[in-house]
Write a protein that binds this ligand. Structure first.
Ligand code: KG4
Ligand code: ZN
Length: 360
């Protein structure tokens, strides 16, 4: 099945061409094209994503990416086709679009764009859950840039515990299969990525803060400041990061960093506290629920410290560690192609309307 996937839930505009085969137990994917247009420079001066600016940018970027994906396709090259769009769409079996969660004005731009394509070319259209996209992103192979796609098979052994850590979410799931899961816990206030972004702002680092904190933390001492590990010892799988952010704020007020090294110590100590809580609770959930593997995904999964500690802990407990390739940690349409395919196999029909708080 060839899937055209569209993602506009936040500040990345994404369009991808995804090949999908296999059943619900062993779905396989190939990525012919995965185009992402980032709006980071647009939102940076505001220190975060501005929903209406995001909408405006998606409206501008969608037709540009659409033109690019059509013209880059081998079917459009060297052939005398009067209408490359039609030739491109001929091969598409399904259109998948993110319906939530995310910023509703942003989501609507993708949904309307997808609806129009589906109507113009009479293609089936399916709604995809952005968080499911993050979960399935570890299944995605590298992009093949137009040649026949290499597929990848899942190594996962269920049950699995999955940690989604992004700018908007921190959720821990117990998965029995690709289609059955239960939420074990989530954040009670800020998402992990949000905490990185807010602490970065306190340290005068640009948005998005996660990569900036990580970079700065390299030259710092992670044991320099004993920041709290919120909810670490509580017998549940919920998280809370706003208190940790406040602890950083008070520390900066009481002992303002005098040197770049002091700042790096704050970044490293904050990163360590966050990673400690995420890793400990995920591994405890895996042990309690007899998991065979641990899945890590979402933008914060790009953090090398988190990846390394969770991978090491999983290995110690005899579990497989599954995380997406670097490019698929962040919002992209390829993962929406995967989520659309799985929703299609599961016969899950999300309403084709923006749902900012859609749950997983
Ligand atoms: O999944 P994502 O691209 O978008 C959402 O769905 O939210 O995640 C973005 C979040 C941002 O908060 C960003 O600061 C964080 O992921 N992030 C990181 C790193 N790279 C991105 N956090 C920690 N370390 C990183 N290296
Ligand atoms: Zn995301």
């Amino acid at each position: 099945m060839n899937i055209l996937a569209i993602e506009t839930s936040c500040d990345e505009t994404g369009i991808a061409l995804v090949g999908a085969t296999g059943g619900i137990r062993a779905p396989r994917f190939s990525i012919t094209t995965n185009l992402v247009s980032s709006q980071i420079p647009i939102h940076r001066p505001f220190g975060g994503v501005v929903p209406n600016l995001a909408k405006r940018e998606h409206l501008k970027n969608l037709p540009l990416l659409w033109r690019r994906i059509v013209t880059q396709n081998p079917d459009s090259k060297g052939k005398k086709i009067s209408d490359p769009e039609t030739a491109f769409m001929k091969k598409i079996d399904l259109i998948a679009v993110t319906v939530g969660p995310g910023l509703e004005p942003a989501l609507w731009t993708g949904i309307e764009f997808a609806k129009k394509l589906a109507a113009d070319y009479r293609k089936p259209l399916i709604g995809a859950n952005h968080l499911e996209g993050h979960i399935y992103s570890f299944l995605l192979p590298p992009s093949t840039r137009g040649s026949a796609g290499r597929t990848t098979g899942p190594k996962i052994i269920f049950p699995a515990v999955a940690l989604i850590v992004s700018g908007g979410h921190t959720v821990l799931l117990n998965m029995r299969s690709f289609s059955a899961w239960r939420r074990l816990g989530e954040t009670r206030d800020d998402a992990a990525g949000e905490a990185f972004d807010k602490v970065a702002r306190l340290l005068d680092l640009p948005y998005p803060g996660g990569p900036e904190i990580e970079k700065l933390a390299h030259s710092g001492n992670a044991a320099a400041i004993p920041f709290p590990r919120p909810m670490l010892r509580e017998k549940n799988y919920d998280f809370s990061f706003s208190g940790l952010k406040t602890a950083v704020l008070y520390h900066l007020r009481n002992s303002p960093p005098a040197t770049e090294r002091d700042k790096a110590d704050v970044a490293a100590s904050f990163e360590q506290a966050t990673v400690d809580v995420l890793v400990a609770k995920t591994l405890r959930a895996a042990e309690t629920h007899g998991a065979a593997s641990v899945i890590l995904c979402g933008g914060v999964a790009a953090n090398h410290h988190l990846r390394k500690d969770l991978a090491r802990g999983a290995k110690r407990q005899g579990l497989s560690f599954l995380a997406p390739r670097t490019a698929y940690n962040f919002d992209n349409a390829a993962m929406i192609g995967a989520a659309g395919y799985l929703a299609y196999l599961r016969k899950k029909k999300y309403r084709l309307a923006a749902d900012g708080t859609l749950e997983i």
